[in-house]
Design a protein around this ligand. Structure first.
Ligand code: GDP
Length: 384
């Protein structure tokens, strides 16, 4: 098959949808299909594009930002359809499907598959009077036009119900991660990274996240003084950057815990697995602040793949990412007391923590990996 992937989210940009688009494209290419990806241009794209090309993924970059992409991508999609037969079109989120419809894929009888992540189905970005209703009607029309919908979690599938799509059009395909990229790294390498980053000895609690409000890093900071009472040598490390960073640094200072909290900023991809491996527990108590929701939470799988137990909030798609009591723990959102108890409990019981980490790694290797996700998607695409 020649599969045309259209996505406004793609590396070098960072985030869950970007990772999904890249990994599914690579996984489909491994099936021997021809993969063309129309995506936004970025100054630092060329090295990424060379890697994609080596994996059989051909990128077509379009000068655009996130908002203008669906319009700017139309000529590129038209050109591709004129040059070669496209068997199926795959939009990684609904705005990208707009580019497909405007380019006339329907006239060419090309079926459309559409992935759904969560937040994009709830967003209400239009501020002009009456504008949001028009936006909602357009979104509804585009979502309903897809032949196949691929939500990343049970939660995201539930968000599709109000759109009036048929259950038989919906196939949940959970996100994954790559267990050959994320794996347990030996203690010497972990110690070297700790030294390089200036992290002290003692138990390590880790968050990897874009620093935006819904991720709940403030709840971890509020829980941390309680954890220090039982584990005085513990540190909390936050990797990632975003608009909330200054407010979180200020909160740590107000709580009097700045010395034990380390904001690393965005860290290189190559260091992530060592950081996850060095951590005793990974935590991300994301809250459901509609329209801002956690559709799945790939970082839980990344931490699990490095044999680290995880704690998340029982919101959005997180219950698909964490098997409660087996690969980690689910706690109520915005509940610093419950989170503090869960963190202290896991730090106090290394055997239980290690068993959860091992179970998490096994679950990723067996099922929650990108190749499994791509295999499921491939099976459905070939029947469209
Ligand atoms: P989302 O961004 O809200 O979709 O959250 P997810 O947890 O689903 O995905 C986040 C992705 O961004 C994961 O693959 C993370 O590893 C990655 N990520 C977040 N922060 C950083 C960082 O500082 N460095 C790197 N290399 N990756 C990051």
């Amino acid at each position: 098959m020649h599969i045309l992937v259209v996505t406004q989210d793609f590396p070098p940009d960072v985030g869950g949808t970007q990772t999904y688009a890249a990994e599914v494209a690579r996984g489909l290419a491994r099936h021997g299909h021809r993969i063309s990806v129309v995506c936004p241009d970025r100054p630092d794209a060329p090295p990424h594009d060379n890697e994609f090309a080596a994996a059989g993924v051909h990128t077509i970059r379009v000068a655009s930002n996130q908002d203008t992409f669906p319009i700017k991508a139309v000529p590129a999609v038209r050109r591709l359809m004129a040059e070669a037969t496209v068997d199926v079109a795959f939009a990684v989120a609904w705005p990208s499907a707009l580019a497909l419809l405007m380019a006339g894929v329907r006239r060419h009888h090309i079926p459309i598959a559409l992935a759904a992540h969560g937040r994009e189905l709830l967003l209400e970005p239009v501020r002009v009077p009456g504008g949001q209703a028009v936006y909602n009607a357009l979104r509804r029309r585009i979502v309903r036009s897809a032949d196949l919908l691929l939500p990343v979690s049970r939660y995201t599938a539930s968000l599709l119900v109000p759109f009036g799509v048929l259950a038989m059009q919906i196939q949940i395909v959970n996100n994954g991660t790559d267990p050959s990229v994320f794996f347990p790294v030996d203690t010497a390498e972990c110690a070297a990274l700790r030294a390089k980053l200036g992290l002290p000895d003692g138990p390590l609690i880790l968050t990897v996240s874009r620093l935006v409000g819904r991720k709940g890093v403030n709840t971890v900071l509020e829980a941390f003084p309680g954890v220090l009472c039982t584990h005085p040598r513990a540190s909390y490390v936050v990797a990632g950057d975003g608009p909330d960073r200054d407010a979180l640094v200020a909160l740590a200072s107000r709580l009097g815990i700045s010395e034990r909290v380390h904001f690393l900023g965005r860290i290189p991809y190559a260091e992530l697995r060592t950081l996850y491996s060095a951590a005793d527990v990974f935590v991300l108590p994301a809250r459901e602040a509609r329209p801002d929701v956690e559709g799945f939470g790939i970082v839980f799988l990344e931490a699990n793949a490095c044999a680290t137990p995880v704690i998340g909030a029982d919101t959005g798609g997180i219950p698909d990412a964490i098997e409660h009591g087996h690969t980690g723990l689910l706690i109520p959102p915005d509940d610093a007391a419950a989170l503090g108890k869960a963190l202290s409990g896991l730090l106090a019981d290394p055997e239980r923590a290690a068993a959860m980490g091992a179970a998490g790694r096994k679950r990723v290797v067996d099922a929650f990996n990108w190749q499994c996700a791509a295999d499921h998607i491939e099976a459905r695409l070939s029947h469209l």
